[in-house]
Ligand binder design. Structure first.
Ligand SMILES: [Zn+2]
Length: 214
């Protein structure tokens, strides 16, 4: 992870725990951007917007493809590696989400590991759970404690993971859609993508790989 992306993450983390935000560093400070490129997509409609999902997908795809290129194996299935070390309370839900997506798709595989492409975090945030990236190959999924008590936690986790795989929010959809997120309300406990969503992920990863192989 670059020092720049670390700075972005630190800045976001400070906001999330509502620490007093002192006027940021003086003008001679290092290259901290005043307008961070951090983008987000949430479980409920309050966070974000759709173009951001594409940026996140592009970043994760780029990171995964770079690792794949390094291995010199152009035909291997794409593996996206995640870390749960910063979301210890949600390891069960994260593992289940990964299994759900792995069962539902063919062109991308989620696996836990140390050399990760993205990671999960947990904590309290008034925005609820969301997916975020700096747009440069690293990103994270934030899992909010309160929201995960109100809503089915595996559905929340699988939904946010759907953003990593390239799917946008569709809050007006039914409970049978994973990316409808909090739209259908707290009684919706479905953690599975429907066939349209699974097919779209497979299509995104197949096409994405093709376009990255210049
Ligand atoms: Zn969402």
């Amino acid at each position: 992870m670059s020092s720049r992306s670390m700075l972005s993450v630190v800045a976001i983390a400070a906001t999330a725990v509502a620490l007093p935000v002192v006027a940021a560093a003086p003008s001679d400070a290092a290259p901290v951007q005043s307008a961070p490129t951090q983008v987000t997509a949430g479980y409920v409609g309050s966070v974000q917007e759709a173009a951001n999902n594409k940026a996140f997908y592009d970043a994760v795809m780029k990171s995964a493809a770079a690792k794949r290129a390094k291995l010199g194996n152009k035909t291997a299935a794409v593996t996206v590696v995640y870390s749960t070390s910063r979301a210890p309370s949600f390891r069960t839900q994260i593992a289940r989400s990964a299994q759900i997506w792995n069962n539902a798709t063919n062109n991308v595989t989620l696996t836990q590991g140390s050399n990760y492409d993205f990671y999960y975090r947990e904590g309290n945030d008034t925005r609820g759970s969301f997916a975020s990236t700096d747009g440069h190959g690293s990103g994270y999924i934030f899992l909010d404690y309160q929201q995960n008590q109100q809503y089915d936690s595996t559905r929340v986790t699988a939904h946010e993971t759907g953003h990593v795989l390239g799917l946008p929010d569709h809050y007006s959809g039914p409970c049978s859609e994973l990316m409808s997120g909090g739209g259908p309300g707290t009684s919706c406990r479905n953690p599975y993508p429907n066939s349209t969503e699974s097919t779209r992920v497979d299509s995104l990863w197949a096409n994405g790989l093709t376009s990255l192989q210049h």
